[in-house]
Design a binder for this molecule. Structure first.
Ligand SMILES: [Zn+2]
Length: 342
């Protein structure tokens, strides 16, 4: 017999949306942890005084990725319902257990250590990461007209500021829109993604946020910028880029008044690949960020503990360096370089 009732906060978008002029932040409680603290999803919501679409910005699905998520919360603090047409909904840190320990995955209470951006749309019958994701998808994502997911390089990588959109040649409905949404962040790199093969996704289900957005037919972008090796001015610059980008996006989507954002003209629109290294050891990048590289040139080397070079990462095509592994020690098959095609 239960003799103590745990009080849990809920989140009901449809009820909150009826409250024009609402500005509220809080938690959607998921479960009590063994120590009695609550496992929960944080949210910030502004219901504009005027009608309009719903913009969802989520961050921290990987707990060690913080920059843009932090900006989404600060934008919430600065805006008033008078400023907004529609609903500004932010989930600054979806994976709070990962955030607490500054780890990509929730390794403290999820025995599967699931990567939450590989198990979309979650599972109401699954372990805790899949369970939280199911709540996020069905209580938050479902209501979004526009969806922005915020990533960074986290602990293992540094990423030149990059915004990811869907190839307009292959997505006639959302391609141009997502390209312009991505341009709002004024990043030097615009990462062109081809949509997945629809039938294959339907057959095996979505795994990432992007694939769920395709299945559910939502205008989706993600931003990838920074990482935990960034310090001082560099960190501030990345934070400011995220912050201004969200404000630009609100204006671009006509959810806020203002001059239409000016997009930088020198951004490079390109597909980007994660290049893996085979052997582990000490990783030494050989090219700088945004350096243009010819096919066959050496992007990075791995040395062993005796100083011998044991592996080389060779540029597979002419391209540009977008990101790099940052810890000196690299493991077999780790991401060593993010590389855009030119
Ligand atoms: Zn991430």
């Amino acid at each position: 017999m239960i003799d103590y009732e745990i009080k849990m906060e809920t989140f009901n978008f449809e009820e909150l949306k009826k409250q024009k002029g609402l500005k509220k932040h809080g938690f959607y409680d998921i479960a009590s942890q063994a120590d009695g603290s609550m496992m929960r999803i944080p949210y910030c919501i502004i219901v504009g005084e005027q009608d309009g679409p719903t913009l969802l910005i989520d961050g921290g699905i990987h707990g060690d990725e913080v920059e843009a998520a932090d900006a989404a919360a600060h934008v919430y603090k600065e805006l008033s319902p008078k400023d907004i047409k529609g609903v500004y909904l932010a989930v600054p840190h979806l994976n709070l257990e990962g955030f607490n320990s500054c780890q990509r995955m929730n390794i403290s209470t999820d025995i599967t250590h699931a990567d939450m951006n590989r198990i979309f749309p979650g599972d109401p019958n699954g372990k805790i990461s899949a369970f939280i994701l199911d709540k996020f998808v069905n209580e938050f994502v479902k209501y979004a007209d526009y969806w922005v997911t915020c990533h960074s390089g986290g602990n293992p990588l540094y990423l030149t500021p990059t915004a990811c959109y869907t190839n307009p040649e292959l997505d006639k409905d959302f391609g141009d829109l997502t390209l312009n949404m991505a341009k709002c962040f004024n990043t030097p790199i615009l990462w062109k993604n081809n949509p997945s093969n629809g039938e294959a996704v339907e057959a095996k289900g979505a795994t990432s946020a992007r694939q769920l957005a395709e299945m559910w037919h939502k205008a989706y972008i993600c931003i990838e910028m920074g990482g935990n090796c960034a310090v001082m001015e560099q960190r501030e610059e990345i934070y400011n880029m995220c912050h201004q980008g969200i404000l630009n996006l609100l204006v671009y989507l006509k959810m806020m008044d203002g001059e239409p954002p000016k997009f930088r003209e020198d951004a490079i629109e390109t597909p980007v690949d994660y290049l893996h290294i085979l052997h582990g050891g000490i990783y030494k990048p050989q090219k700088k960020f945004l350096e243009k590289v010819k096919k066959g040139e050496v992007l990075g080397i791995v040395t062993n503990i005796f100083g011998d070079t044991i592996d080389e990462l060779i540029a597979p095509y002419d391209g540009i360096v977008v990101g790099s592994a940052t810890p000196p020690v690299i493991q077999p098959r780790d991401w060593a370089c993010l590389y855009g095609k030119l």
